[in-house]
Design a protein around this ligand. Structure first.
Ligand code: DQQ
Length: 533
C-alpha cells in the first residue's frame, strides 16, 4: 500500500478515498470530537458536495462515518451542501448552519439538526423544514453569499453570525442576529469589510486572550479579551486582531487591516485554506483545522483516487506581544511519537548533518538554533520587502552569511530531491529581520507538480534562539517557526525520497557557523483512521 500510495499520510486526517476540501462544523460535544468536511462521496474531484463526518476521542485517531448532509433539495441545496459551522445552543443542542446551492446555483443558508441527541456520535441529521432560512439580499450577488460562522451570544441575549460575501467589490463579513438561533435578521452594518480585497469566504470570529494559551467559547463574555476576525481570499487565510464592543456590535481593528499582501498576518504562509476553529471545552483551548489542497494535477488525483488533506489540528492563542497569533500542533500528537533522536549543542560550520535512526518520511522534528556575532549579518535596505519573493530569489541553494540554515526533509540520495525549510537573518535599517522559507523547488523530479516557494518574516529577536518544528508526513510538510508565530505548510510529491528512501538533514549553507542548541526528532506511528463498524 505504501508503495502504491506513497503520498497518503500517516497522521494527517484524510478519508479512505475521494475528494475532500474545507473543514466544516468542528466541535467537541459530550466527550467526542466531531469533524465534518466538504466531501465528494463519488470521486476524487470537486463535486456532489456533501458533509463528510468523522469522530474522535483524541483528535488523532478517527472513525469515519456516513456523510450527514447530501445535496438533494432543489429549492435549497441540490447543487452542493457548501461550508458552514456548528453552534451548540444553550450548551446542549448542536445545530448546523450551512450554505446550499439551489437549482439556479443561488447560495442560500440552511439549518440541520441532529435527529437523536442520545446517539453519542450524532450520526444522523435532518434538514429543517423551514429551509432556506436566508436568501441573498438585493445588494448581494447570488453566488457571493456563503459560509455562515459559529454563532456567538451578545450581552442582549441575541445570537449573532457572520456570513462571507462581497459588496460593491469589497470583501465583507455580513452580520445577522437571532433570538432563537433559527430565525435570523441582517444587521444594517456588516461586522467588517475591506475595500482592498475581493470576496471573503469562511469568515471566523472568536475571542482570544489576555495572556496565556487559554481559549474561549465564542459566547464567553467579560474576560477582557481581544477578538480575531479571519477571512479566506486570495488562496490564503488572513486575520486581524481587534476590539469588539458587544453592545454596539462594533469591531475595531488594532494594527493592519485586511489587504492582499504577503506582509499581512496569515494563519499559514503556504497551502492552508478555508480554516475553521472551535472551542474545546475539555482542554479550554481553541483549535483550528485548515484544508491543505493538492499541488499535483487532476489526472494525478484520478490516479490516486483521492484529493485533499486537513492540516494537523492546531491550538491557537494570542502571543505575549498581543499583536499576533501563535499556533502549535495539539499536544495529543505526542502519543504518536516513537524512536526519539536527540542532539544538543552541536556546531554546524557549513554543509549537512544527517539525522539517522528515524523514519524520515513520517516524523516530528523540533530544532532550535543559536547564532553569535550577529553584527556580521547581511544588510538589507528595506524592511518592507515581500518575504515570499525574497525566499524565491534566495532559495536554499543560495549561500548567505547567516543562513540558509534549517532542515532538509524528504531528501533523496545525493539530494536530487529535497524540501528545504530554513531561516536567514538580515540586518535592516532599524532591526534584525528573521526570514523563514519553505523551498519546494527541488521537492520532486516530477515536472507537473507545484513547487512554489513560501516565505514570511518572524517577529523575533535573533539574539534569542530561533526554533523550527516540522511535521513530515509523506506528502505534507507542515512547519512552525519561532515557536509558532509563523506557520508554513507545503505539499510535495517526491518520486525518489518516498517511504524508507527519504532522509532528514540539518543544513547550514551560510558562511557563519551556527549552533544547534537542541534537536529532538521522533518517528511517528500511524494514526488509526477507520470506518466505524
Ligand atoms: N469551499 C466551499 C465554499 C467555500 C469554499 C465549497 C472555500 O462554501 O466558500 O466547497 O474553499
Amino acid at each position: 500500500d505504501d508503495q502504491l500510495q506513497p503520498y497518503r499520510t500517516a497522521f494527517h486526517f484524510q478519508p479512505l478515498k475521494n475528494w475532500m476540501n474545507d473543514p466544516n462544523g468542528p466541535m467537541y460535544f459530550n466527550g467526542v470530537y466531531h469533524l465534518f468536511y466538504q466531501y465528494n462521496p463519488y470521486g476524487p474531484l470537486w463535486g456532489n458536495i456533501s458533509w463528510g463526518h468523522s469522530i474522535s476521542y483524541d483528535l488523532i485517531n478517527w472513525f469515519l462515518l456516513q456523510p450527514v448532509l447530501e445535496p438533494n433539495q432543489p429549492n435549497y441545496d441540490i447543487n452542493g451542501c457548501l461550508s458552514g459551522s456548528i453552534t451548540i445552543l444553550n450548551g446542549s443542542k448542536p445545530i448546523i448552519l450551512y450554505t446550499g446551492q439551489d437549482l439556479n446555483k443561488s447560495q442560500v443558508q440552511n439549518i440541520a439538526f441532529p435527529t437523536n441527541l442520545s446517539d453519542p456520535f450524532l450520526r444522523n441529521w435532518i434538514k429543517w423544514s423551514g429551509n432556506p432560512f436566508l436568501t441573498p439580499g438585493n445588494d448581494i450577488k447570488p453566488t457571493q453569499f456563503r459560509d455562515p460562522s459559529t454563532a456567538w451570544m451578545g450581552v442582549d441575549g441575541k445570537w449573532r453570525i457572520v456570513i462571507g460575501s462581497e459588496i460593491d467589490g469589497h470583501g465583507t463579513a455580513l452580520l445577522y442576529s437571532s433570538t432563537d438561533g433559527i430565525n435570523w435578521t441582517r444587521s444594517e452594518k456588516p461586522l467588517h469589510f475591506s475595500s482592498k480585497t475581493g470576496m471573503w469566504e469562511c469568515p471566523d470570529f472568536y475571542p482570544v486572550g489576555n495572556g496565556g494559551k487559554r481559549g474561549f467559547d465564542t459566547s464567553e463574555q467579560g474576560n477582557n479579551t481581544m477578538y480575531v476576525l479571519k477571512a479566506s481570499y486570495n488562496n490564503r487565510e488572513y486575520y486581524v486582531i481587534g476590539n469588539y464592543d458587544e453592545k454596539t456590535d462594533r469591531f475595531g481593528v488594532v494594527g493592519n487591516d485586511f489587504m492582499v499582501s504577503n506582509t499581512e498576518f496569515q494563519y499559514d504562509y503556504g497551502r492552508f485554506y478555508a480554516s475553521k476553529s472551535f472551542y474545546d471545552n475539555a482542554k479550554q483551548r481553541r483549535v483550528i483545522w485548515g484544508w491543505v489542497n493538492e499541488g499535483d494535477s487532476e489526472s494525478d488525483a484520478v490516479k490516486k483516487g483521492w484529493s485533499g488533506l486537513q492540516s494537523f489540528p492546531r491550538s491557537v492563542w494570542l502571543s505575549d506581544t498581543g499583536k499576533q497569533l501563535v499556533q502549535w500542533p495539539v499536544d495529543e500528537i505526542e502519543k504518536l511519537r516513537t524512536k526519539q533522536v536527540n542532539i544538543t549543542n552541536r556546531e554546524l560550520k557549513g554543509g549537512t548533518l544527517e539525522i539517522t535512526r528515524i523514519t524520515a518520511s513520517q516524523a516530528d522534528v523540533e530544532v532550535s538554533f543559536s547564532l553569535s556575532n550577529l553584527n556580521k549579518a547581511e544588510l538589507i535596505d528595506s524592511e518592507t520587502v515581500d518575504p515570499q519573493l525574497l525566499c524565491a530569489q534566495k532559495n536554499a541553494s543560495v549561500s548567505g552569511i547567516f543562513g540558509p540554515f534549517g532542515l532538509l526533509v524528504l531528501a533523496s540520495n545525493n539530494f536530487t530531491e529535497q524540501t528545504a525549510v530554513f531561516f536567514r537573518v538580515f540586518k535592516g535599517p532599524n532591526k534584525f529581520l528573521v526570514l523563514m522559507c519553505s523551498d519546494q523547488s527541488r521537492s520532486s523530479i516530477a515536472e507537473e507538480v507545484d513547487k512554489s516557494i513560501y516565505g514570511a518574516f518572524l517577529d523575533l529577536d535573533p539574539h534569542h534562539k530561533i526554533s523550527l518544528r516540522t511535521l513530515i508526513d509523506h506528502s505534507i510538510v507542515e512547519s512552525f517557526g519561532g515557536e509558532g508565530v509563523a506557520c508554513m505548510t507545503a505539499r510535495v510529491y517526491p518520486k525518489l525520497a518516498t517511504n524508507k528512501e527519504a532522509k532528514l538533514y540539518v543544513f547550514n549553507n551560510g558562511t557563519e557557523t551556527i549552533s544547534i542548541s537542541t534537536l529532538n526528532a521522533w518517528s511517528m506511528n500511524k494514526a488509526q483512521i477507520v470506518p466505524m463498524a
